[in-house]
Design a protein around this ligand. Structure first.
Ligand code: 5GP
Length: 196
């Protein structure tokens, strides 16, 4: 997605060889019109797939997921990173390890909002080592829901998450795939390389 690549180049800040900050449009400030085009692109890529629900993770997955939900006209459920008092015990839970933060979080969704009739599209902001997405897939599986695919705003192709998911036969659509962040420069993977 060309507009997204441009946004990453103009507004992204490379923090290290493996981490990029995109607070300007994804992780802190959100441009609703731009986010709407992201949602429309996900909807286009997963059109006519029978999706009944979008599943994401708080907080940065919520904006792209809601915009995709608006386009596909399906509800969006965001997994929470902590058990809240109001959620109580009626939950599906999974453990997610974050390599960037070096910590584990329990993520949960209420059993009220996802069940075996659902066809789920998982959406997240970044795909790095794949742990967040695997946790979300785990929640969908516990509910007996069918997984239709995974939509990612920014995939870091030099980390193993994409391969991990595609090797399992999961349909992954990333709107921009970064091949390298070496020397403070963003290099994108070509479409051909992504499709392999
Ligand atoms: P994974 O579970 O795939 O290893 O990591 C995905 C999660 O880590 C994303 O939901 C995102 O919050 C965070 N993350 C991973 N890499 C980056 C990065 O380079 N920049 C930002 N802003 N977040 C990242």
């Amino acid at each position: 997605m060309e507009a997204l690549k441009q946004k990453i180049l103009t507004d992204g800040k490379v923090l290290s060889d493996s981490v990029i900050k995109v607070d300007a449009f994804l992780n802190h400030q959100v441009d609703p019109l731009f986010m709407q085009t992201i949602g429309e692109e996900f909807a286009f890529r997963f059109a006519n797939s029978g999706i009944t629900k979008i599943l994401t993770l708080e907080s940065s997955g919520i904006a792209p997921a809601v915009m995709a939900g608006l386009s596909l006209q399906v509800p969006v459920i965001f997994a929470r990173k902590r058990k809240s008092l109001t959620l109580n015990e009626y939950l599906y839970s999974a453990e997610v390890y974050s390599y960037t933060k070096n910590e584990s979080n329990e993520i949960s969704v209420s059993k009220d909002y996802i069940d075996s009739h659902d066809v789920v599209l998982v959406i997240d902001d970044f795909l790095a080592n794949g742990q967040a997405v695997l946790g979300l897939i785990d929640l969908a599986e516990q509910a007996g829901a069918a997984l239709k695919g995974v939509g990612i705003v920014i995939e870091k192709g030099f980390q193993k998450g994409g391969e991990l998911l595609r090797d399992r036969g999961i349909h992954v659509e990333s709107l921009a795939t970064i091949a390298s962040l070496a020397d403070g420069h963003v290099t994108f993977q070509t479409e051909e390389a992504v499709l392999r």
